[in-house]
Design a protein around this ligand. Structure first.
Ligand code: PGA
Length: 250
């Protein structure tokens, strides 16, 4: 279902105690923020504990950062959709760092989306062109590949994150114009019922420019999500901007 969403991707950061403190601070601080869904994706080692911690008031959800597509089997070091669904509802799939460092192909991403949907998880599917000079069409192609053989009636459970790779971890977001253009093209593929997020150097300073756009349902926040104060500010501003818009139709 299409709705305002703010996702925290902690990547391979946080020791056990950092994760606990960060999650507790976020949980307490957003208790009074209405109108957005917040999803925290910690390292998988902490997933179960953070899930227990956040479950207590039900306002913040958790997601895994990755998974293998088989339900179980002799795959040392991997985690499966069956394991994730015991503790989390969401899973990030196809993040550019997985594609780059771990050579995940569009086919792998497609298998993961199919498995997530099959086992009742909501995948957060990341797509984005690699360089500033590359065509947005690359991101559209990635989404088309990711959705191969996925039943259309599952699209409403899928979240798309448009993350131009050249904007990730740079302290400079893509322009609003560029992002809206890409997201509008992605919307044509995924349809009207899915949320589409922007990701790539999202911070508390530039958040209003994205939040004011009816085309963008949410944000996927990397490094800024590791600073509780900054992340909470992002959540507040997103909720504030979206609360005046009512149902989005663009
Ligand atoms: P960033 O990361 O916000 O640090 O750019 C975003 C992401 O990689 O998902």
């Amino acid at each position: 279902m299409r709705r305002p969403i703010v996702v925290a991707n902690w990547k391979m950061y946080t020791r056990a105690s950092d994760a606990y403190i960060l999650a507790t601070t976020i949980k307490n601080s957003i208790a009074n923020i209405e109108g957005i869904e917040v999803i925290i994706c910690p390292p998988s080692l902490w997933l179960s504990e953070i899930s227990d911690l956040l479950k207590k008031d039900g306002k913040v959800n958790v997601g895994a950062q990755n998974m293998f597509y088989e339900p179980d089997g002799p795959y040392t070091g991997e985690i499966s959709p069956m394991m994730i669904r015991d503790v989390a509802k969401y899973v990030i799939v196809g993040h550019s760092e997985r594609r780059f460092y771990f050579h995940e192909s569009d086919l792998d991403v497609n298998e993961k989306v199919l498995a997530a949907v099959k086992f009742g998880l909501s995948p957060i599917v990341c797509v984005g062109e690699k360089t500033k000079s590359a065509s947005i069409r690359d991101a559209v192609d990635q989404l088309e590949e990711a959705l191969q053989h996925v039943p259309k009636n599952s699209y409403k459970d899928i979240i798309v994150a448009y993350e131009p790779v050249w904007a990730i971890g740079t302290e400079h977001t893509a322009s609003l114009e560029h992002s809206v253009k890409a997201i509008t093209m992605l919307r044509e593929i995924i349809g009207r019922d899915s949320s589409i997020l922007y990701g790539g150097s999202v911070n508390d300073k530039e958040i209003e420019k994205f939040a004011g756009s009816l085309a963008i349902d949410g944000v996927l926040v990397g490094s800024a999500s590791l600073r509780a104060g900054v992340f909470i500010e992002i959540c507040k501003k997103w909720a504030e901007a979206k609360s005046f818009k009512g149902d989005v139709t663009i």
